[in-house]
Design a protein around this ligand. Structure first.
Ligand code: FES
Length: 99
């Protein structure tokens, strides 16, 4: 039987990095790996670990609107994210940490 636990993170940031190699639109087409990297660096630089975790994930079903970045358990989704939007995502995470 699976072991069920509560998430150890106050905010878990998922970045879709699915890459269809150009066969169909996917989040990796628009630099989602770089977005993930910058988010990870910023979370570390701001000392938010271990409350915040940044993870890459596979397709979440909104491929045409990608790159997609999701905050859980807050259920906040950002779509059409670019590197210029990382600050906005981080502001949302900061808001969660200040709740
Ligand atoms: S490829 Fe990212 S949501 Fe489908």
């Amino acid at each position: 039987m699976a072991k069920r636990n509560e998430s150890p993170f106050k905010c878990h940031v998922f970045v879709c990095t699915n890459d269809r190699q150009g066969k169909r639109k996917s989040c990796a087409d628009d630099n989602s790996m770089k977005i993930r990297k910058v988010l990870k660096e910023e979370v570390a630089n701001r000392g938010w670990k271990p409350q915040v975790r940044v993870s890459q994930c596979g397709c979440v079903g909104l491929c045409a609107d990608g790159p997609n970045v999701m905050l859980y358990p807050q259920k906040i989704w950002f779509s059409e994210v670019s590197e210029n939007d990382v600050g906005e995502v981080l502001s949302a995470v900061e808001g969660v940490l200040n709740e």
